[in-house]
Design a protein around this ligand. Sequence first.
Ligand SMILES: [Zn+2]
Length: 190
Amino acid sequence: MDSSKFHINIHQNNNDVNNNNNVNIGSTTSSSSSTASTSSRYENQKRRDWNTFGQYLKNHRPPLTLSRCSGAHVLEFLRYLDQFGKTKVHIPMCPFYGHPNPPAPCPCPVKQAWGSLDALIGRLRAAFEENGGKPETNPFGARAVRLYLREVRDLQSKARGVSYDKKKKKKKRKISPPPQQLTDTHSGCL
Ligand SMILES: [Zn+2]
């Protein structure tokens, strides 16, 4: 009688152990995805960005290694990304200069939106240090990069009539339209 009781206990314990093991195996790969999906999305994006930059370095002519990468190279990378951008940035001569929602297509160039570049640099800057880079030599934190981003922000806020200061002043009622709407209109006409 005692032995049967013992047997049951062992069985239950085994089950518990198995269950725990399963949970642990799952959580090592896709850890807290259920609890914090936004942070894991950020981590995934950061990994993708880091790979993209690594690919960029690999294809760079003349060859470029991460250790020799400077703020100037980061700027080069950001300009290179503009060709994949979808944000219309009007030139001052365009009649829609300063219009957040132009009524017609125009030949102005499309670029990466300032917000995308700013977020990208933030992720790459973190990734650089997570991959063993020193904060002092972080090319993504270089002064030239900061200045460039500020310049892009100013240019785009004027060209697109979109204020980028909404983070600071939450009191303002009007939220500027999402940039996707702009690009959809334009790409449809082109
Ligand atoms: Zn235009």
